[in-house]
Design a protein around this ligand. Structure first.
Ligand code: SF4
Ligand SMILES: [Zn+2]
Ligand SMILES: [Zn+2]
Length: 366
């Protein structure tokens, strides 16, 4: 092992793209410096912001929460929002870790359950898909519902920012997925700050770990002693289309170190062009006519998916999830860590995926 490039002590980590060699102390410093820079350069947070952090209990969201408190805890208010998708034996354990961390750090938290918020737990969705494979994949529903619930709850909490634990790998997978599906409108919305910040009903999303490779987040969480859940992966993660892109990009990085940063650099150069009039017009957000949540279409993805699930079970009521802004609230009723750390399982051939899956990764909520 090469010595630490900063102090000459034995290194604990090698970053092949540098290459960089760091001891524990200097790796923690290197990692935190990068996060500070991402926040500063992209103006992710302003003093007095109320930041709600989407927390899954995994390494990414727990590191995000920890770092926001460490870096900005004196000038902003923080609240952890944990989403329980209803995946017994997995998310309940991850949420227990998240609760441990919040109590240790003195950060207030709220747990919201998919079953109560949209009427379906992810396990129920999975069972419906087993009965009717045409419904798509669990992740398509789970991810769409997660985004919708996070935004709605953040509005209820009067948050000025919604932070998620998306890391460099997540973002570059999303870039590649949207390029390969030709979805330039979704591509245009990616970045460390996303969404229309002026539109009422949308809490701006920020990604402080946007420039941090996943393996470095893992190393940081372990070396900094951040409580997080990493034992098991979600039992439904094998359905995710994202797995193909994760594998492809990781293979590239292994053979050509620095590929992830190179893709990030290309995306940065592309982004201003994507924002030009044609795309801005079509990527413009509006309010869902059914629930009032911000969407790019007349009816939001969550309402469409709830309708699809209702139709598959013969329920006839209209989708009524969410507080929305046009209608009153009517509540009805690892991160893919396995693919990263425990191997890769290809998606079943020929399966169709709902559109929502191609957007963002799992909140690690992750
Ligand atoms: S892998 Fe993530 S998005 Fe997919 S079902 Fe599991 S928790 Fe939901
Ligand atoms: Zn050192
Ligand atoms: Zn809607």
């Amino acid at each position: 092992m090469n010595p630490c490039q900063e102090c000459g002590e034995p290194s604990v980590i090698t970053l092949a793209y540098g290459p960089h060699y760091f001891c524990k102390k200097h790796f923690l410093h290197f990692f935190e410096k990068r996060v500070r820079k991402t926040i500063r350069v992209n103006r992710l947070i302003e003093p007095k912001d109320k930041v709600v952090v989407g927390v899954s209990g995994g390494k990414d969201s727990m590191a995000t929460l920890f770092l926001l408190q460490k870096i900005l805890g004196k000038t902003i208010s923080l609240h952890a929002l944990m989403l329980d998708e209803g995946i017994p034996g997995y998310r309940d354990k991850a949420i227990a870790k998240a609760v441990d961390g919040c109590e240790q750090w003195g950060i207030p938290y709220t747990v919201a359950k998919h079953q109560e918020e949209v009427g379906y737990s992810t396990t129920e969705v999975f069972q419906k898909i087993q009965e009717n494979p045409k419904l798509g994949s669990s992740c398509g529903y789970c991810g769409t519902f997660r985004r919708e619930i996070l935004n709605r709850k953040a509005i209820e909490m009067k948050a000025t920012k919604l932070a998620t634990g998306h890391n460099l790998d997540d973002e570059m997978q999303s870039v590649a997925m949207n390029l390969f599906t030709g979805d330039l409108f979704r591509l245009a919305r990616l970045g460390p700050r996303s969404g229309n910040h002026e539109l009422e009903g949308f809490v701006p999303r920020i990604k402080p770990l946007y420039e941090c490779p996943e393996k470095e987040v893992m190393a940081y969480a372990n070396l900094a002693g951040i409580p997080h859940y990493s034992d098991e992966c979600c039992p439904y993660s094998w359905m995710a289309k994202r797995n193909h892109f994760r594998k492809a990009i990781n293979d590239l990085e292994a053979n050509l170190p620095g590929s992830k940063f190179a893709l990030l650099s290309s995306f940065r150069q592309l982004k201003p062009m994507l924002a030009k009039e044609e795309f801005r017009q079509k990527a413009n957000l509006q309010k869902c006519v059914q629930c009032g949540q911000v969407t790019t279409q007349t009816v939001c993805g969550a309402c469409k998916l709830i309708k699809r699930l209702n139709e598959s079970t013969g329920k006839n009521e209209a989708p009524s999830h969410g507080a929305g802004l046009l209608v009153p609230a009517i509540k009805r009723g690892k991160k893919l860590t396995c693919a990263t750390t425990k191997g890769y399982r290809p998606t079943e051939r020929g399966r169709s995926f709902p559109h929502g899956e191609t957007d963002e990764p799992l909140v690690q909520i992750q």
